[in-house]
Ligand binder design. Structure first.
Ligand code: SIN
Length: 286
């Protein structure tokens, strides 16, 4: 028996997993239990995994799919392009990782043809009582939409454009180089996404949405804005408060997340993220 327990963290989204040490290899039964809990809860917190090394983290994430190496290697661990460093820490004047990463509601690598399924974030250093990560379960959001809206958006496709949205999202960062832009061309994904493992319908929003296919641009943007405003209501949001050593695994196919600000001049926040590649998103008409 695996001895694992899952305790719900909020109504419908998130569970805390105890009784597992992620610094040790997981047997198949334990992995299956975790995988099933991940599908059920969307977000899993593994408290106090202080012994988990970067290689343990990579090995665990790889069980969910091939790892995605970040397109900006300057923000990854040297020798470990699969590990994105999210941090405000500078050493010898050099940033250790990406600062102010993920401060907009998004899902990981939505601008790729095959975006992320699992993301796994390990807290190495965190500020006390600040710098939470917020999550929204997008199945619950989809199901809470008025029936007429669900009917209207079923089968619509959205153009996601990293290139067009970059200067709007990141005015504080240098513009994308031509080579970076070429690596992430615009991509079309369904607005309602059928989860490939649970079969549930999820609203698939994010921060690089640019236009709704076949719709006047203004009308499309107004629709996306309305859906975004609906989804980000407080009643759908769960805030995870980090302690050092915590690790959180989420399913990008049915959740959105967002990092929150903290007193960056006072505190250090250092997080390692690994991400598994998922499937091409699709919509299956029920
Ligand atoms: C992310 O968007 O993956 C990072 C979230 C966080 O740092 O809280």
């Amino acid at each position: 028996m695996s001895g694992i327990t899952a305790r719900s963290l909020s109504d419908g989204l998130g569970a805390e997993i105890n009784g597992v040490d992620l610094s040790r290899p997981l047997d198949e039964e334990t992995f299956k239990t975790i995988h099933a809990a991940w599908l059920d809860h969307g977000v899993l917190a593994f408290p106090a995994q202080k012994a988990m090394t970067v290689d343990d983290q990579i090995a665990f994430t790889r069980r969910f799919g091939a790892l995605i190496s970040h397109h900006m290697p300057q923000f990854c661990l040297p020798e470990r392009p699969e590990v994105l460093v999210v941090s405000n820490v500078k050493e010898d004047g050099r940033p250790l990782g990406q600062e102010k990463a993920g401060r907009n509601w998004h899902t990981d690598y939505q601008f790729l043809a095959e975006p992320a399924s699992a993301s796994f974030l390990h807290a190495i250093e965190v500020p006390p009582d600040q710098g939470d990560t917020l999550f929204i379960g997008m199945t619950a959001v989809h199901d809470a939409l008025p029936a007429a809206t669900r009917k209207r958006i079923a089968g619509l496709n959205v153009v996601h454009s990293r290139v067009q949205t970059w200067p709007i999202l990141y005015p504080h960062r240098p513009p994308l180089s031509a080579a970076e832009a070429a690596r992430t061309p615009d991509i079309v994904h369904p607005l309602v996404r059928t989860h490939p493992e649970t079969g549930r319908q999820c609203l698939y929003l994010g921060d690089v949405m640019w236009a709704v296919e076949g719709m006047d641009r203004k009308e499309g943007q107004a629709l996306l804005r309305d859906l975004y405003n609906f989804a980000t209501q407080e009643r759908f949001v769960y805030a995870y408060r980090w302690r050092p050593g915590d690790a959180v695994l989420w399913d990008n196919r049915c959740t959105m997340h967002c990092a929150t600000p903290f007193a960056e001049e006072t505190y250090r926040r250092l997080m390692y993220r690994t991400t598994a590649q998922g499937e091409r998103p699709f919509y299956a008409d029920p």
